[in-house]
Design a protein around this ligand. Structure first.
Ligand code: ASP
Length: 303
């Protein structure tokens, strides 16, 4: 079977000064995942490794570099799915975890499917994953963004996001892959939306919403999580693939559905069971990088 992998580093209105860092970070993460696939590793191992690389990169809103919530805390979400076994692991609202995707993977390998907050952190300790320091996750860029937000709104007043805000606040990382045994896998990890309400959870750790994998396709999403959740964009893309669409058609059909039914924007990456990789978006940009067997190194782009 042909092996292939695509990663993303978030969608939205990415500022030009961040282009180079986002491109390089996506390319490096794709290389990390690719080495796993080339060595005969599973798609699941490849997407976990690629997402860990993105989480470790302070340029992305996941792991180190995550955005802050209204209280100045970093609450992270992640989800991973093995398209072969249909097993899922997810965590939400976790603090002080260096690599949330690995915690999600451990959840997948336990009797649980989804753990949140303090319980997820308790489980991490049981698994030998020690908490990191807040400073290990905090970056100057996200701190400044938070300061800017808190100056403009000091309370938790129930303010709804303006259309403009729905189009700007994206980050998130993800990876999807197919391995030499034809197995598909998807992984997504995020700090969520900047200045989010404490306890707010978006699509990223919700199976079928921010990530999904089965025998037809694997998908990882990024964008305005509330809309991706209610429209179940990842599962929708997989079901288009199950109906016979290829990766490009299925991804575009799911994003067209988003555009039709929501103001929020974003994008997704997808790989189908033939090894076609694609991305689709209705936002201005989606940072991504992909590689397949016809290529010697990943191609990374912002658009
Ligand atoms: N989808 C993520 C969330 O809503 C944010 C993003 O992709 O940037 O939490």
């Amino acid at each position: 079977m042909p092996i292939a992998l695509i990663v993303h580093g978030g969608a939205g209105d990415i500022k030009e000064e961040r282009f180079e860092g986002a491109r390089t970070g996506c390319k490096e993460a794709a290389q990390v995942g690719w080495r796993v696939l080339q060595a005969g590793g599973s798609a699941l191992d490849a997407v976990e490794a690629a997402v860990r690389a993105l989480e470790d990169n302070p340029d992305f809103n996941a792991g180190r570099g995550s955005c802050l919530n209204k209280e100045g805390k970093i609450e992270m979400d992640a989800g991973i799915m093995d398209g072969h076994s249909l097993n899922v692991g997810a965590i939400a609202g976790v603090e002080l975890i260096q690599n949330p995707i690995t915690l999600a993977r451990r959840v997948m390998e336990s009797e649980h499917t989804f753990l949140i907050g303090a319980g997820a952190q308790f489980f991490a300790r049981e698994q030998g994953i020690n908490p990191c320091h807040y400073e290990d996750l905090l970056t100057e860029r996200q701190y400044q963004a938070w300061k800017h937000h808190t100056h403009s709104s000091l309370t938790y007043e129930a303010k709804t996001d303006t259309q403009q805000e729905k189009k700007q606040k994206h980050g998130t990382v993800g990876a999807v892959a197919i391995d030499s045994a034809g197995r598909l896998a998807a992984a997504t990890s995020t700090g969520g939306i900047a200045n989010k309400y404490p306890g707010r959870v978006g699509d990223s750790p919700l199976v079928g919403c921010g990530f999904y994998a089965d025998e037809h396709a694997a998908i990882s999403c990024t964008g305005y999580g509330e809309d991706f959740t209610r429209l179940m964009i990842a599962q929708r893309a997989a079901s288009y693939a199950a109906q016979g669409m290829d990766a490009r058609q299925a991804g575009e059909a799911a994003i067209n559905f988003l555009s039709k039914h929501a103001e929020g924007d974003g994008g997704l990456i997808i790989v189908d069971h033939h090894g076609n990789v694609s991305k689709a978006k209705n936002s201005k940009c989606i940072a991504h990088a992909y590689i397949n067997e016809q290529m010697t190194e990943p191609i990374a782009d912002i658009f």
